[in-house]
Design a protein around this ligand. Structure first.
Ligand SMILES: Nc1nc2c(c(=O)[nH]1)N[C@H]1C(S)=C(S)[C@@H](COP(=O)(O)OP(=O)(O)OC[C@H]3O[C@@H](n4cnc5c(=O)[nH]c(N)nc54)[C@H](O)[C@@H]3O)O[C@H]1N2
Ligand SMILES: Nc1nc2c(c(=O)[nH]1)N[C@H]1C(S)=C(S)[C@@H](COP(=O)(O)OP(=O)(O)OC[C@H]3O[C@@H](n4cnc5c(=O)[nH]c(N)nc54)[C@H](O)[C@@H]3O)O[C@H]1N2
Ligand code: SF4
Ligand SMILES: [Mo]
Length: 881
């Protein structure tokens, strides 16, 4: 077999590319040094970020090393050639299809695949294997929005653009922590607010960093957004604030929607009626309103209804498709939109065409010259893994996603992979929780090495460009799918030579979609030469000979059969997980500022790991008091499906009864803290999206007999009921705890660090506290602190002692000569909490002054709210003294 074309890294520097994290889709400038290092800067010419980057984008260069990379295919753990691995994959899929039919196989893919990867995977499954059993992690992410858009607009269109944020007078953030999850958009909003006084309302049960710029924070009861927006629709009607002309000319279903809205009670939100009224008055009186929504809306058993409740208010006021107003779904993953455009969901066709529509199917079948185009929707993510668990999926291929961590009821997902006869995983790393359960592991190139396109939240298509060579034998995802397509017998259909070939075919198919009256038409790009594709600047679709970019629906023109939008009658439904005496808490989950999902890349950066270094449970002070939980204790969170152990973080930012936990930790980083284990697999009946933010749980103290903290030059391998391991500048740091006390602590320490030499041991039998230090040539290489209570040492100080002359380090105090900067608060500029507190004492309580003096918050600004919190806490303390 000939090696597929591996495109070479671009030679012109800096190389323009796109950040691989969130759906803002920031442009980056890459300067490789030729020795594997990569310098990353914001692209001043990219329309998403105009040169800005957040902490994660800035740290990209710290994540491209090859440590832990999967560099060659493996079959049952043994390295194998591509030829044998792909023969086996093609053979197993063919056999399953021959014996059990096309629906006995499935692909599970990802919004982090590039459009070219997605296109080939979807073509192979829907067009040639002849099943629609291809679903994506977008099911956990954007499915409710897709369903809501399709119900209202007839297609999955994002009507507005990012500029609308800067032209709006009111921005409502619903279930979106923009400050942490879309930091560059948040910066654009914060700047606009400063310049023109934009009002901001945050609708979120939790007080988040985004509330820093909010005029009003509506901490509603979880899952009650439909009641809130239904109340708004009724209020708009009562105030005569509707756009009757727009309703009459361009919509259907208004009366039914209003009747349903009137029958609902905004009291379900649990909000102070005055706050509700203040929001309604603001919305009613502000024509230029943008409503941004994200996972607090989508990840709900009423996700699609929440989306439609919001869209109803915009449609009924005609606030759509004009500058400075409209609904704006911010997408999570870099190519969530590209996945929707290529039809990566099990209930969609390609190019925004409908699987249920025979005319659409015929057109795609003819275009692909496909033997067996799928005729009905395939299994959605949760059902797909349930089918695998039940033995109905005989061959499953997972790419670019880590479902054993990110799906709900992860215990069942792991069992599904064990049950399934044949599991293929394509990833950059071998040690993910999912990759560990694969029969065949395929090494994929990753960001910085691969080439293609992504579409961001405002329909802008940008190029990702390779700056580094493909490591080892890694291959591009599209090329792997294409080769399997050829080996399964469809040589002509998968005869792509380059990613540009794939893109041109995708663009050509969209011409047919345009001709069938769909929104997604990028036919202007179908004849790009290789050179034009290589040089493609960011461009917003639609891209036809007649039209480029712009907004949708200001003058109607919806994609429903009638051309009119549907207002949908929706009614508040509570979350599916029901509180019970045994499970009295409702667990909210989500993201942290400096980690990306299952951390396979961001955890490589010590800088990013310093913001919040451990999985935690954010819990209200009164709940903590009821449960007898003190700060830094460990809590055991339990649901009917599993358990998780998390560090207790007491905070009144979360309401009573509704604690919050981050989603990021895995078997590699904190095996006992995988939150997916406790999330119930309840889904929205309309969209199939899991309700990841509202599972009921019980909480109690995890009664540890001992707690530990360790630092080490080399990667420690902990054996304890609880541990969490992160990078530090000098190596690694680990938190530990256990109920069983090791018989021999010295041996425990030696095993933890993989050392055979003896340790320096300091122990205090009276208090049960112990310290172990391992040195080499008089320098500290590893240290372990054990105590019967949560270990109290200056962690950053200790971490910095690695490589330093011992044994001063074990004194566990910050030396006077070297002030301890404390946990990192600003990851971009690397400024610690203690440094900021020091600056407040010296320079006073003005936020801008503190930021300027310490440089904290002077890059992406998403930590400014935390700086402000420190100032507030300091001022309160001063006032009390
Ligand atoms: N730093 C970072 N940024 C990311 C990511 C990451 O992993 N890390 N991932 C990216 C991805 S894929 C996505 S999808 C986005 C997600 O971006 P967001 O949706 O902004 O992030 P989340 O933290 O998942 O959830 C948002 C908020 O929903 C709130 N919420 C919970 N229940 C409800 C409810 O019933 N109603 C309302 N109104 N709010 C509720 C939560 O308290 C939370 O603050 O982030 C993207 N950006
Ligand atoms: N409890 C809870 N669960 C959630 C959520 C939540 O808010 N709460 N959010 C959900 C949401 S919105 C999302 S988007 C998901 C995200 O969840 P996942 O998609 O499972 O998380 P990632 O860590 O992004 O997984 C990407 C995987 O692909 C690999 N990879 C990276 N680049 C490439 C590439 O180019 N090719 C290949 N083949 N592999 C690559 C990475 O190493 C990693 O293993 O989590 C969902 N789960
Ligand atoms: S906001 Fe941050 S994570 Fe999102 S695309 Fe921009 S740099 Fe990347
Ligand atoms: Mo997502």
């Amino acid at each position: 077999m000939s090696e597929p074309t591996q495109n070479r890294p671009e030679t012109e520097h800096p190389i323009r590319s796109t950040c691989p994290y969130c759906g803002v889709g920031c442009g980056v400038l890459l300067s490789p040094d030729g020795a594997g290092e990569l310098q990353v800067k914001g692209d001043p010419d990219h329309p998403a970020n105009f040169g800005r980057l957040c902490s994660k984008g800035l740290a990209l260069g710290e994540t491209v090393d090859l440590e832990d990379r999967l560099l060659a295919p493996r079959i049952h753990g043994t390295e194998a050639s591509w030829d044998s691995a792909l023969s086996l994959v093609a053979e197993k899929f063919k056999t399953a299809i021959a014996e059990h039919g096309p629906d006995s196989v499935a692909f599970y893919v990802s919004g982090q695949l590039l459009t070219e990867d997605y296109y080939v995977a979807n073509k192979l499954m829907k067009g040639f294997i002849g099943s629609a059993n291809i679903d994506t992690n977008s099911r956990l992410c954007m499915a409710s929005t897709v369903a809501g858009h399709k119900r209202a607009f007839g297609t999955d269109t994002v009507p507005g653009t990012y500029e609308d944020l800067e032209k709006a007078d009111l921005v409502v953030l619903v279930g979106s922590n923009l400050a942490w999850c879309h930091p560059v958009l948040y910066q654009r909003l914060a700047r606009a607010r400063k310049d023109r006084g934009t009002r901001v309302v945050v609708v979120d049960p939790r007080r988040t960093a985004s509330c820093d710029i909010a005029d009003l924070h509506l901490a509603l009861n979880p899952g009650t957004d439909v009641a809130l927006f239904n109340g708004l629709l009724a209020h708009l009607a009562d105030q005569g604030a509707l756009d009757q002309a727009y309703i009459a000319a361009h919509t259907d279903g208004f009366e039914e929607a209003l009747a349903a809205a009137r029958a609902d009670d905004p009291g379900a939100t649990g909000l102070d009626p005055q706050d509700i009224a203040a929001f309604y008055v603001l919305f009613t009186g502000t024509e230029k309103t943008v409503t941004i929504f994200s996972q607090g809306v989508n990840q709900s058993s009423a996700g699609a209804d929440k989306v439609n409740a919001i869209l109803n208010c915009h449609l009924a006021t005609g606030r759509i498709g004009r500058p400075g107003l409209g609904p704006l779904s911010v997408t999570g993953q870099p190519n969530a939109m590209g996945g929707r455009e290529t039809g990566g969901l099990a209930n969609m066709l390609a190019a925004h065409l409908d699987l249920e529509n025979p005319a659409h199917r015929d057109r795609v079948k003819a275009f692909w010259n496909a033997p067996d185009l799928a005729e009905r929707p395939g299994l959605k993510a949760v059902d797909l893994f349930k089918a695998a668990r039940a033995g109905r999926i005989k061959a499953l291929w997972i790419a670019c996603t880590n479902p054993v961590v990110s799906l709900p009821e992860t215990g069942e997902v792991a069992e599904a992979l064990k049950t399934c006869d044949f599991v293929v995983v394509s990833d950059m790393y071998a040690e993910t929780d999912t990759a560990r359960l694969a029969d065949v592991l395929l090494p994929a190139t990753g960001w910085g090495e691969k080439d293609g396109t992504v579409t961001n939240s405002d329909r802008t298509i940008s190029r990702q460009r390779a700056a580094l060579p493909a490591p080892g034998k890694a291959r591009h995802d599209w090329a792997i799918y294409a080769e399997v397509g050829r080996r399964m017998g469809w040589g002509d259909a998968f005869d792509f030579k380059t990613h540009a070939d794939v893109f041109r075919e995708h663009a050509a198919l969209s011409r047919h979609a345009g001709a069938l009256g769909r929104d997604f038409d990028i036919s202007a790009l179908e004849e790009l030469s290789d050179a034009e594709y290589a040089a493609l600047p960011p461009r917003r679709w639609p891209l036809t000979d007649a039209r480029e970019g712009g907004r949708f629906f200001a003058d109607g023109g919806f994609y429903t059969p009638s051309g009119r939008a549907n207002l949908l009658p929706v009614t508040y439904r509570p979350p599916l997980s029901k509180r019970a005496p045994r499970y009295p808490f409702r667990l909210n989950t989500g993201r942290l500022r400096d980690q990306w999902h299952t951390m396979t890349r961001t955890a490589k950066s010590a800088r990013l790991s310093r913001h919040l270094a451990e999985p935690f449970l954010q819990i209200h002070p009164e709940d903590a008091a009821d449960l007898g939980l003190a700060p830094a204790d460990l809590a055991l969170v339990e649901s009917p499906s599993g358990t998780a152990i998390l560090r207790v973080l007491i905070s009144s930012d979360v309401p009573r009864g509704t604690p919050f936990a981050p989603m990021h930790w895995t078997g590699e980083t904190a095996p006992a803290a995988r939150i997916g284990a406790v999330i119930a697999a309840h889904v929205d009946p309309v969209s199939g999206q899991p309700e990841s933010k509202a599972s009921v749980v019980a909480i109690r103290k995890f009664d540890a007999a001992w707690y530990g903290f360790a630092v080490s030059l080399t990667r420690p391998v902990p054996e304890a009921e609880y541990w969490a391991r992160v990078r530090s500048d000098t190596g690694w740091r680990v938190e530990l705890a256990g109920q069983d006390t090791p018989r021999d602590w010295a041996q425990f320490a030696a095993r933890l660090f993989g050392r055979t030499d003896g340790a320096q041991i300091f122990s205090d039998p009276a208090t049960g506290r112990m310290r172990f230090g391992f040195t080499c040539d008089g320098r500290l290489e590893a240290a372990l602190f054990i105590a019967p209570e949560p270990v109290a040492v200056a962690r950053d100080y200790i971490a910095r002692q690695i490589g330093q002359p011992s044994p001063d380090a074990l004194a566990a105090r910050a030396g006077a000569a070297a002030p301890d900067p404390g946990p990192t608060l600003c990851a971009c500029m690397n400024v610690g909490r203690n440094t900021i507190l020091g600056a407040i004492e010296t320079h006073g309580t003005d936020l801008d002054t503190i930021c300027t003096k310490t440089t904290a918050g002077t890059n992406c600004g998403s930590c400014r709210s935390e700086v402000a919190d420190l100032i507030t806490a300091f001022s309160r303390r001063e006032a009390a003294e």
